[in-house]
Design a binder for this molecule. Structure first.
Ligand code: MEV
Length: 315
């Protein structure tokens, strides 16, 4: 049996604007993982069991728009490999919640197939394969999710056309900091919010380009603060990024209720993370306030709250 995993992700700054060529900062979320198990199968063909959603797919008759089948086919082609296999996927990462669940599941499958056939694929190749499935989930993804998950490190990402020319730079976090992550409990497919922003941008490009520029400037500011250990600036920058996301139309009442509750309980700042309209809200918090903030978020209706250290050395 071969087992490989992949992490979830959190976008710290710059979602949505990143689709339009502005920079964004994302970090891996190592404690939430997708897993793919592979073993030889006695029956002919390849079967994929997606445990969490109770689906079973036979590769030979899976529809062309099935993302799990697509990533398995693309990876087998890339490896030049054939075998009768059973692939089981499962994931701790809530679906459609801004944590990169789709990209993580695909990455785990690519890694497990490569490991099964004794081949090493570099992160750039894994990321390029997973990008193809992201297109199925998102329509016009920037590529940030597959990149941060395939590299599993803090990444500054700038989309460039043509594809393959994007800027992928690890960014420096001088001083670790703590994030509280509140889940709204609302699944919100990224494809929908990305599509809505695109239509709004098409109707009023000048206005939206200005908002994207403002978000890009916040990202630059945040990257400099992170590099110099000026963490006290991060909360305020997050809240300003959130206000810009609100003007893009990707926030929601539930997100803003959680945001208000977190800020009132002492968080330094916060914002939605990922596609928005649901999913998760991240907060910059000081450790001594964590318990208070957690309680306030749960009281305000968060489905769950987790706490993570960003930039800490992993042992
Ligand atoms: C989704 O995690 C991030 C978005 O910026 C979409 C994308 O970059 O593809 C909303």
């Amino acid at each position: 049996m071969t087992l490989e995993t992949a992490c979830g992700k959190i976008i710290l700054f710059g979602e949505h604007a990143v689709v339009y060529g502005r920079p964004a900062l994302a970090v891996p979320l190592a404690q939430l993982r997708a897993r793919a198990f592979i073993q030889a199968r006695a029956a002919p063909g390849i079967i994929i069991h997606a445990r969490d959603v109770g689906r079973t797919i036979e590769l030979h008759d899976a529809p062309a728009d099935d993302a799990l089948a697509l990533i398995a086919r693309l990876t087998l082609d890339r490896l030049g490999a054939h075998a009768d296999l059973e692939i089981v996927v499962e994931s701790d990462i809530p679906l459609a919640s801004g944590f990169g669940s789709g990209a993580a599941i695909s990455t785990a499958i690519v890694r497990a197939l490569a490991a099964y056939f004794g081949k090493a694929l570099p992160p750039a190749e894994i990321s390029a394969l997973v990008y193809e499935t992201e297109r199925m989930y998102h329509g016009t993804p920037s590529g940030i999710d597959n990149t941060v998950i395939a590299y599993e490190q803090a990444i500054r990402f700038v989309r460039r056309k043509p594809l393959g020319d994007e800027e992928i730079t690890p960014f420096h976090i001088a001083r670790p900091f703590t994030l509280a992550i509140a889940h709204t409990g609302i699944a919100s497919p990224t494809k929908i919010t990305v599509g809505d922003v695109r239509r709004a941008w098409e109707n009023d490009p000048a206005r939206f380009e200005k908002i994207f520029d403002a978000i890009g400037a916040l990202v630059e500011h945040a990257q400099a603060a992170l590099a110099h250990g000026e963490n006290e600036e991060l909360g305020e920058l997050m809240t300003r990024n959130q206000r810009a996301l609100e003007t893009l139309g990707v926030s929601s009442r539930e997100i803003e209720t959680l945001l208000d509750a977190g800020l009132r309980a002492g968080a330094g700042g916060g914002k939605l993370s990922g596609g928005g309209r649901g999913g998760n809200v991240i907060f910059y918090v000081e450790l001594e306030n964590v318990e208070n903030i957690k309680r306030a978020l749960l009281d305000a209706g968060a489905a769950s709250v987790s706490v993570t250290q960003v930039g800490a050395v992993r042992l």
